[in-house]
Design a binder for this molecule. Structure first.
Ligand SMILES: Cc1cc2nc3c(=O)[nH]c(=O)nc-3n(C[C@H](O)[C@H](O)[C@H](O)COP(=O)(O)O)c2cc1C
Length: 178
């Protein structure tokens, strides 16, 4: 079995996609990884729209470029749009907290599962947190009040991975044992 830390450190946000098409079976495996993710009360407050039609993928990329950023996403051949759905919680818990209280964390876990599964399949990913929501709704035929969580670009990296140091806070800064 692959070492998990190796997988976690080899995943990075790809900004150099080749444009090569991603096999649909691999995209299905990425969604399967998300489907298996844990969620508060097992509410599974997610849905996914997988875009692998080249014309639509290009338009999804454009929705992430509104601030003049993310131009490199135009070469990602697929996108997984992560949607936030209503979470049905256990009645006792629902009395105490808002129904969507756990949802963002649940969705974060599912999104990372997608990226790690993609990494294990030799794919590259880049999450995009800012996108033109009304345009995405129109493009993907979603209701105007649809809640979104994240857009994940998926593709193949253009060349052999260049080692990029992980810029992260140190263990001491983020963790203490008591
Ligand atoms: C919620 C979220 C939104 C992000 N949005 C973008 C984005 O729009 N464009 C981009 O190039 N990277 C985006 N990233 C990637 C982060 O910049 C990246 O994860 C971080 O710098 C760490 O680098 P690494 O993923 O290569 O380890 C996003 C990441 C997250 C989690």
């Amino acid at each position: 079995m692959a070492d998990f830390l190796e997988l976690a450190s080899s995943r990075y946000s790809c900004r150099n996609f080749s444009g090569a098409k991603v096999e649909r079976e691999k995209l299905v495996k990425c969604i399967e990884a998300a489907r298996l993710a844990p969620s508060g009360c097992n509410a599974q407050p997610w849905k996914f729209v997988v875009v692998d039609n080249p014309e639509i993928a290009l338009k999804v990329a454009e929705t992430t470029q509104q601030l003049g950023v993310n131009e490199y996403l135009a070469k990602a051949s697929a996108f997984i749009v992560v949607l936030e759905e209503h979470a049905v919680l256990m009645p006792k818990i629902a009395k105490m907290i808002d129904s969507q209280y756990f949802a963002k964390g649940d969705l974060g876990g599912a999104a990372l599962s997608i990226c790690l599964e993609a990494e294990s399949l030799g794919l590259a990913t880049c999450m995009a947190g800012l996108y033109d929501r009304p345009k995405l709704c129109e493009l993907l035929d979603l209701p105007k009040d649809q809640r979104f969580f994240l857009v994940i670009a998926v593709g193949y990296a253009a060349k052999e991975k260049e080692p990029r140091p992980k810029l992260r806070k140190s263990l001491d800064e983020i963790c203490r044992f008591v």
